[in-house]
Design a protein around this ligand. Structure first.
Ligand code: PEP
Ligand code: MN
Length: 316
């Protein structure tokens, strides 16, 4: 192959690295806060923009709902949007119990190709309809970079799933928007890998990134995953990004979800992402970890008490 052709090919296939905005992340930043001036140290980690020294705490505005501020945000709903009746029923119930964000997958990352893959665009439409009827904000998973425009139109928060935490094409594409995004920790990922994945979106120009601990694979085979609550105080100290916990995937068992939800809030989580279903055993996906409306109500009362004990409230 001639040198010219080789060069042409390599130019076409090469993706340029993202560059760090010159004004941010390289030098110590001086930030004005309520009490006067506070000097922040120089970033010493490869995740310059995600590092705690880069800026003051990030508080994300999701159409009027703050994530990462004083209030704990509860996001709840089914693993998958299954039908209009299902999503409407659960939306009304979680709203009534005090949740502010409705979750529901329309594009599902299923282990097997023959499993239910989600309702797709129809699922997005039903999610939006349920949110409009109740005043809830919405979160739904994005798996394909080509769906950015579509999902942005229907949902308030992109969810990037554990299996896609290192899908750099997806991270870059979501990083080109300024739409709020919840990034789940990969089930085998270190904190550094997690923060570098967040860095892709920050460097791409999207500052509205929240992190979500959802459990990792360990030698404990009795449960689906091991919810790593160390991640909460670690990430809260290491970054300025909001930290959310998903005790549903983190345990895989509905009877363990309330205790780990309470523990997550006590550990300082800025929010919870929970799977809840009007008829948990009939859930098309993740039935074992779906909690009932009754259990969600009880849990919300406890969460309010725990939040109060650490000087926080639950966002209403
Ligand atoms: C989900 O939230 O339903 C999901 C698939 O989560 P995770 O990516 O954490 O497995
Ligand atoms: Mn699920």
């Amino acid at each position: 192959m001639s040198v010219i052709i080789k060069e042409k090919i390599s130019k076409r296939v090469r993706t340029p690295p993202l560059s760090l905005p010159l004004s941010r992340g390289r030098t110590p930043t001086v930030v004005q806060n309520g009490n006067g001036k506070k000097e922040l140290g120089p970033p010493s980690k490869p995740y310059h923009l995600a590092h705690a020294n880069a800026q003051e705490k990030t508080v994300i505005d999701v159409r009027g709902l703050s994530v990462g501020g004083a209030q704990v945000v509860i996001m709840a709903g089914p693993c998958s949007v299954e039908s209009e009746e299902q999503i409407m029923t659960i939306a009304r119930a979680v709203k009534e119990a005090g949740a502010t964000v409705l979750r529901g997958g329309a594009y599902k990352p299923r282990t097997g190709p023959y499993d239910f893959q989600g309702l797709g665009k129809k699922g997005l439409q039903l999610l939006q309809k349920a949110a409009r009827a109740t005043g809830l904000k919405t979160i739904t998973e994005i798996m394909d970079p080509r769906d950015v425009d579509l999902i942005q139109e229907y949902a308030d928060i992109f969810q990037i799933g554990a299996r896609n935490m290192q899908n750099y094409t997806l991270l870059r594409e979501v990083g080109r928007t300024t739409h709020p995004v919840l990034l789940k920790r990969g089930m085998h990922s270190t904190y550094k890998e997690f923060l570098l994945a967040a860095e892709y979106m920050l460097a791409g120009g999207n500052p509205h990134v929240m992190l979500c601990e959802r459990g990792i694979r360990t030698h404990v085979t009795e449960l689906r995953f091991t919810l790593d609550l160390n991640a909460v105080p670690y990430l809260k100290a290491e970054t300025h990004l909001p930290v959310i916990v998903d005790p549903s995937h983190g345990t895989g068992r509905r009877d363990l979800v309330p205790a780990m939800s309470r523990a997550a809030v006590a550990a300082g989580a800025d929010g919870l992402l929970l799977e809840c279903h009007p008829d948990p055993d009939k859930s098309i996906s993740d039935a074992d970890q779906a909690i009932s409306i009754e259990s969600f109500n009880q849990m919300m009362r406890e969460i309010n008490t725990i939040a109060g004990a650490i000087g926080r409230t639950v966002a209403a």
